[in-house]
Structure formats: C-alpha cells, structure tokens
Design a protein around this ligand. Structure first.
Ligand code: SF4
Length: 307
C-alpha cells in the first residue's frame, strides 16, 4: 500500500470544509439497543460496556449541552465546526421520529456542520433510511454500521444477534440511498486467526464502503468478555500483530476509502487490556512503520524508480 493513498477522515473533512472539523460523540438515547433491552437479547455483544460502546460521550450533562459546549470550544479553537456524532448504544433503535427530533436539535446547535449516526446493520428500518436520506440532502451526513466480522460463527459467539447478511443488506440499502457508509471492524475477536480477519478485510473491500473503522479487541470493565479474560480464556493481540493486521486492511481497501479510525483507546477507568491500547500515538506509529516496511520490501512496480 502507498501510505499516501490512505485518506484520513481529518483530511477528508478539511478538504470538504476548508478547515479543521472535529467530532463530538454523544449518547442521545441511553440504553437504547435491541441487544440489551430484550428485543433481541439482554446480554449485549461480548465486548460492549455499560456505556453502550460509546465511551467518548460526556454523560455529566444532557447531550444537547455537551454538543453545544463541544461546538463552542471547537469554534474558540478556530475550527470550522463539529460533526454531531450519535455514537453510544444503537440510536436507530428508537422510533425514527425521536431520532429525527434529536437530529433537528443537533443541527440547530451553533457550530454543528454535519451529523453521523452509528447503528447495527439490522437497525435500518425503512423509516430510518428515509430519515437518513433526508439528512444526507440537508447536511454532511454519514451512517456507521457495525460489521465487526464477516463470519457468522464469530458473530454468534459474540452474541451479536445478527448475521453477516444483515451487513450486506445494510450496505446495499445505504448505497441505494446514495449515503456515505462507514463499516466498523474489530480485529482479534474470539476464535478468529489472521486468515479469518483477512477474510473480513477482503469482504470489506468487496463491499467498498465510503469509510472504515478498525480497532483491536479490548476488554473493558463491565463487558461480558471481562470474566473470560480474568480466567485467562481470552487471547488478545499484541501491538505488532495488530499493526500487521491494520496494514493488511489498508492494503485491501479501494483507493479513496476514508479511514476514520485505526485505534481503540478507551478511558483509563474503563480499559482493562491490552495495555498498549492506551497509547494512540504508539499504535499509529506501529502501523506507519509496518506500512513503510512493506513498501520498502516490495519490488518496484512498472514505472517506479528502483530504490
Ligand atoms: S455493541 Fe452496540 S449493538 Fe452490541 S450491545 Fe453494545 S450497544 Fe448494543
């Protein structure tokens, strides 16, 4: 892979808005998830924490206030504005009218220049898709879908509550609506080795979403994984292994895919392991080094100057 071909979200936003734009992560519907409220199950996904995999959201105040503060701080720093990011739990599990109200409130906040909504692949009802299409026409919008793995056995083992076919269907439905779609992947899920993970990366490349997110499996306090990890039953990736896998993903992505995240840092009180996850810069450096190593190791292509 040519590291220069990797398109980072920060660059995408800078180009689109002619300046820096950051995200404000929000929890707009505490506890709203079909895999936790009994609709599909009560136990949640194996890795999910009590904050609904939305660790960045400020829960000390109403989300509207968090967004207003985040946007005001961004403007004070000289940024163009922020993307309101409905991150925690499964915001599309709420009735579409409620989600639409939240979107309206968010877009009305000074400094908000766009919106992103995270969802499960089985959480895109026709009403939600219609809302997304409307938002796409009115603002800079993307939808995030948790694919995690393309292997139904892994999804079942992690109590995900859907099969990979749901992800394929979600991507098709979002693409049909002309929407920007981001797929989430997790490297190192229980029972998966490098071949299984690379198969998920190949499948991601085949689905060709607008953007991707990858993070290593990590154990957070309160997740179902915690117990097995404490018993020594959960093997976690080393930093070197993860850097190699992240490079494998980047090598496979179609040029122009927007890379939203390659790390999985969590607040100090929440993360139990692996320790290296705490250091985002170290993780990104390891990935950069791996990419550079691969680039210098490969034979020059046609028209390239041999080193
Ligand atoms: S990871 Fe998402 S879908 Fe899974 S239990 Fe947590 S909030 Fe629900």
């Amino acid at each position: 892979v040519n590291p220069a071909a990797v398109r980072w979200l920060s660059a995408e936003l800078r180009e689109r808005f002619s300046g820096r734009v950051s995200k404000v992560a929000l929890d707009v519907g505490p506890g709203t998830c079909p895999n936790r409220d009994g609709t599909l199950g009560m136990r949640g996904c194996a890795w999910c924490d009590p904050r609904g995999s939305g660790p960045d959201a400020d829960r000390e105040r109403p989300w509207q206030e968090s967004l207003a503060r985040g946007a005001a701080h961004a403007l004070d720093r000289g940024e163009v504005g922020v993307i309101a990011y409905f991150q925690a739990f499964s915001p599309t599990h709420a009735p579409a009218e409620e989600l639409a109200d939240c979107a309206e409130e968010a877009l009305a906040v000074k400094g908000v220049v766009g919106l992103a909504v995270a969802s499960r692949p089985d959480g895109l009802s026709p009403d939600v898709l219609a809302l997304f299409r409307d938002l796409h026409l009115r603002t800079y919008f993307w939808a995030e879908v948790g694919m995690q793995s393309c292997h139904d056995g892994t999804l079942a083992q992690c109590n995900r509550g859907h099969r990979h076919a749901a992800t394929v269907g979600a991507v098709e439905a979002l693409r049909a609506g002309g929407l920007r779609t981001v797929l989430h992947l997790i490297a190192g899920l229980p029972g998966e080795g490098p071949d299984e993970m690379r198969a998920s990366f190949d499948e991601t490349a085949r689905l060709a979403p607008w953007g991707v997110k990858l993070h290593p499996l990590h154990v957070v306090r309160g997740a179902r994984l915690e117990e097995g990890w404490r018993r020594g039953e959960i093997a976690l990736l080393t930093l070197d292994q993860y850097a190699g896998l992240a490079a494998d993903l980047l090598e496979r992505l179609p040029p122009g895919t927007v890379v939203h995240r390659l790390t999985g840092e969590r607040p100090g009180d929440l993360l139990l392991a692996p320790e290296w996850c705490r250091d985002k810069r170290r993780v990104l450096n390891a990935i950069r080094c791996e990419l550079a190593r691969r680039t210098s190791a490969r034979a020059p292509g046609p028209g390239e100057v041999p080193r």
